[in-house]
Design a protein around this ligand. Structure first.
Ligand code: ZN
Ligand code: FE
Length: 239
């Protein structure tokens, strides 16, 4: 399996998970159809599945057009069946979703939205976190509670440390400014910030990160309890 990062809209990332043995792909959170179609056409790859982490427009905007063009199957959380356009397969928390050679465990992570899920391709250790966990940040709490978001991040923290983190937006540099402000002695963070700047200077994504890097550097994952976490989330909202 190979993951291709596709830049969409202003700062969104969609991801193609490509099975090179048969040239089939899943797309995670297609913000828009065009950049996905361009890539697939160029490489002669067929899109079979559209995986949505949550219903926000910048994560499902390409569903309809891609489904129509490729006859692809739209996969999302069962309690968001009313909000995810063109949904076909309804997923449950902890379910193992398995089609062709694609195998992912579904992790329900409420907080940003009530129905947010992560796709954990555990065999390859690839985690698609949408707007729940960002590199050096976490999503805004729109629908859930602080406690739900804290517990959702806790579920992610329990995964293997070498899991690669693929999130929904390129927010890393801005997130790093908040982290360093509140955690300025953190040497791993200082080093990560240097790496981020090099990548961005070369016009490269800062994604993927790893869970280990996030545990070491991401202040929201380092928060010990809900109270600390909530305070940080409030500060970040006004940062
Ligand atoms: Zn969102
Ligand atoms: Fe988003």
């Amino acid at each position: 399996m190979k993951v291709e990062i596709i830049s969409c809209l202003r700062d969104n990332y969609s991801y193609l998970i490509i099975d090179e043995t048969n040239n089939l792909a899943c797309v995670v959170d297609p913000s828009e159809a065009r950049p996905i179609i361009d890539y697939l056409k160029n490489k002669n790859i067929n899109l079979k599945y559209i995986l949505n982490t949550h219903h926000h427009f910048d994560h499902v905007g390409g569903n309809e057009e891609l489904k129509k063009k490729y006859n692809a199957i739209v996969v999302g959380y069962k309690h968001d069946s009313e909000r995810i356009p063109e949904i076909d397969i309804l997923l449950e928390d902890n379910e193992i979703w398995e089609r062709d050679n694609f195998v992912a465990k579904i992790i329900h992570v409420p907080g940003h939205t009530k129905g947010h899920i992560c796709f954990n391709f555990y065999k390859e250790k690839l985690l698609f976190t949408g707007d729940t966990l960002f590199s050096l940040g976490c999503g805004k709490i729109f629908e859930g509670t602080y406690e739900q978001m804290f517990n959702s991040l806790k579920k992610i923290k329990a995964l293997p440390l070498d899991t690669k983190i693929f999130c929904g937006h390129e927010y890393t540099l801005n997130n790093s400014k908040f982290c360093i402000k509140h955690d300025n002695e953190n040497l791993s963070l200082q080093k990560k910030i240097q790496d981020i700047k090099i990548k961005l200077n070369d016009n490269l994504p800062t994604i993927p990160s790893t869970l280990k890097e996030e545990m070491d550097c991401n202040i929201f994952l380092r928060a010990k309890d809900v109270k600390t976490f909530s305070k940080l989330r409030d500060l970040k909202d006004n940062f």
